[in-house]
Design a protein around this ligand. Structure first.
Ligand code: TYD
Length: 209
């Protein structure tokens, strides 16, 4: 059987710099001849883009459980139709957000319960977990300054209050504590190239092991 590829996810609050770092890693790995699939949740597939629009931009109310199920539905289809096949082809998957986002946002911040939300996602994906998860840790106030500077309209989650984002952060840090093998936690206010170097070091290590 061909070697399974490597699955890397990026996590962190809104405005933590995930996309910048994911792009730098993609460029680095492609430069070294790896086949890379860049994707994200929600919205990494066709049906996922429809779910993304609904869950992030719907104007009326969406209850917390319905919201959790929408993210889980996107995730289920994404893993089955895109992530798993790429890993089976031996490729590297670099992904913005995965189930840890649901545990932090829906489980911790929306108070549905981290364990229940994690179980829901694991059911949806038949237990799929990334090889490396980079958590870009940032204080919500610093992240908010970055988002304000970007001048993009806030989605339903970004528009939540400061306390919500503080719970997201605590939820993430608890996850990283529970799974130190999978998580690489980096201070997101460090210079971009220092963060990128730390990520490259971890990924290179995993690729060679
Ligand atoms: P993201 O795509 O990172 O936002 P953008 O690219 O617009 O900056 O994420 C969209 C939002 O969805 C973000 O606020 C976090 C939230 N989210 C959850 O609440 N639960 C989840 O399971 C996922 C994947 C995202």
């Amino acid at each position: 059987m061909a070697a399974r590829g490597l699955w890397i996810t990026f996590e962190g609050g809104d405005g933590s710099g995930k996309t910048t770092q994911a792009e730098l890693l993609r460029a680095h790995l492609e430069g070294r001849g790896h086949r890379v699939v860049r994707t994200r949740e929600p919205g990494g597939t066709d049906v996922g883009r429809t779910i993304r629009e609904l869950v992030l931009h719907h104007r009326g109310d969406i209850g917390p459980r319905a919201e959790a199920l929408l993210f889980a539905a996107d995730r289920s289809h994404h893993v089955a139709s895109l992530v798993t096949p790429a890993l089976e082809r031996g490729e590297v998957v670099i992904q913005d957000r995965y189930l840890d986002s649901s545990v932090a946002y829906q489980g911790a911040a929306r108070s549905l319960g981290p364990d229940e939300v994690r179980r829901l996602s694991l059911w949806a994906t038949e237990g799929a977990l990334p090889d490396v998860t980079v958590l870009l840790d940032i204080e919500p106030a610093a992240a908010r300054e970055r988002l304000d500077a970007d001048d993009k309209p806030f989605d339903r989650l970004e528009a939540e209050k400061a306390e919500f984002h503080a719970r997201v952060r605590d939820g993430y840090l608890a996850l990283a504590d529970a799974e130190p093998e999978r998580f690489l936690v980096l201070d997101a206010v460090r210079p971009v190239d220092e963060i990128a170097a730390a990520i490259r070091a971890r990924v290179t290590d995993r690729l060679s092991s």
